[in-house]
Structure formats: C-alpha cells, structure tokens
Design a protein around this ligand. Sequence first.
Ligand code: NAP
Length: 255
Amino acid sequence: MEKNLENKLALVTGASRGIGAAMAIRLAREGASVIVNYAASPARAESVVDEIRRAGGKAEAVKADLSTLEGVNDLVDAVDSVFEGAFNGRLDILINNAGTVDFGPFLESSDDSYDKHFNLNVRGPIELTKKLAPRMLKAGWGRIVNISSAFGEAAPMAGVTMYIATKFALHGFTRGLSRELGPHGVTVNGIQPGPIATELAPQPGTPGYDANKALTSVGRYGKVEEIAAAAAFLCSTEASFVNGENLTVDGGWNA
Ligand code: NAP
C-alpha cells in the first residue's frame, strides 16, 4: 500500500529531540524523506536519523542555528543539496518547531530575553517560511505547520510572559499567511501543544510540573507521539480543507 507522504520532502526544525524528533520519525513512517534540523546536538540528531533509517525510512541531519539569519540561510541552502539533490529544490512540508523558553517573572528577565525568545520562536519561522514557501507555490502543493503552544491563545499561569508573547505572534502569523497561500494549494496551520513531557517543559517534582498537570482535564502530561499524530494529519493529503487552524492538543489544559 502506498504511504501517505511517499515522495514528499519534509523539513522539521529542532528535531534532535522532543516533539520535533517524534514528528520527524512519524513523517518518515508516512513515507516522507525528512530533514532533521538541529543546532547544538549532532549526536542526538544522528540518532533520530539512525532510528528512521533502521525502520526503512529516509532522513538526513542538517545543523543550522535558527536564532540567526545566517542559520536560516544555511538551512535553505541545505534543502537543495540533501538527498543528493533528488528533490530538485522542491520542499513539500515545513514544520517550524524549534523553540525556547525561560521561566520566571517578566520584570526579572535578562536583558537578552527578548532577542532569545523572539529570534528563535518568531523570526526564525517567519524568515524560513518566507524563503521556502515559494517552492511550494511553484509545485502547487505544500504543508506548513507552526508549533505554537496552548500559551499561544491563553495565559493561565504566571512566569512565562515573553514565551507567551512569541507564541501569540506565531499563532497570528499562521492565520494571516493561511489567507495568502491557501488559494495556491499550500495550507498553513499550527499546533498548540499543552504540557508535553520533554526537556523544555517543567520537570517532575517542580511546582510548574504539578500546576501544568492540574490544569489538564486528563490529569497527565502529553506524549510527544500525541503531537506527532496531529502533525501527521495536518501534513496529509486528507487535511486539504484545514487551513489557518491552530489545533489545540493539550489534554484539556485550555478548555
Ligand atoms: P526540546 O525538547 O527542548 O527540543 C528543542 C529542539 O529545538 C531540539 O531539537 C533543539 O536542538 C532545537 N533547537 C534549540 N535551539 C535551536 C536553534 N537555535 N536552532 C535550531 N534548533 C534549535 O523542546 P520541545 O518541548 O520538543 O518543544 C518543541 C516545540 O514545541 C517548541 O516550539 C516549544 O515551544 C513547543 N511546545 C512545547 C511544549 C512542551 O510542553 N514541551 C508545549 C507547547 C509548545 P539542539 O539541542 O541541537 O539545539
């Protein structure tokens, strides 16, 4: 049976661990050839690539620091050369996932907090999309998925203000761009994960962990695979009538 994403090239940013790694593995399972982007953890990115290849899939790791415009440009260049140029500059799926957060009161945040959050969480996805979406328009088909957050439309707890500001921005970018690309066969959607068990989220034993867990109605943190399942749907051919949606996958955290 033909897989849903056979012959598609997908790029997942920040895919060396956590949600990004799970999405890369899932898209590869659906048949896509996957670019596994990372900035600082080559061994982890290679282990994601190995896992995909062992399962019979196709993947290549590409280092690029997406908090810098140089890194964005490096990644764009890499799209042409990966898989020995087999896709002739085409890119079918872009998942803007790489992100960062500092916890703590806004008035005590460091002087570089704005740049740290906005460069990676907002400018990176926007600049990467601007450079790569024309390839999708040329092909007349594409899927862009921006990983925002349940904090992208609500603020049920204190101490994450700068992060919330970036995720609201990404939410808005998704909705605005969907209007422009939708008519050309390219959908632009977001996912708003609730608390997911990764290194980025508050860890067990911390007050933040317990508060997050209590806010869900299912009484637990989510698994990275649960976000990957949502991403696989939004990237599928079946999701052709879903556009401008920020899909909340949060165990009822924001209900
Ligand atoms: P994570 O476990 O910390 O993983 C972050 C990934 O981003 C890693 O692969 C990391 O690779 C990469 N990365 C970090 N800085 C980068 C940079 N400058 N350029 C390129 N890649 C970079 O985080 P996660 O929990 O999976 O989060 C993924 C996304 O989901 C983020 O946008 C986050 O805001 C969002 N989200 C997470 C949760 C949650 O509860 N976990 C909830 C809502 C939304 P390197 O180490 O190699 O740099």
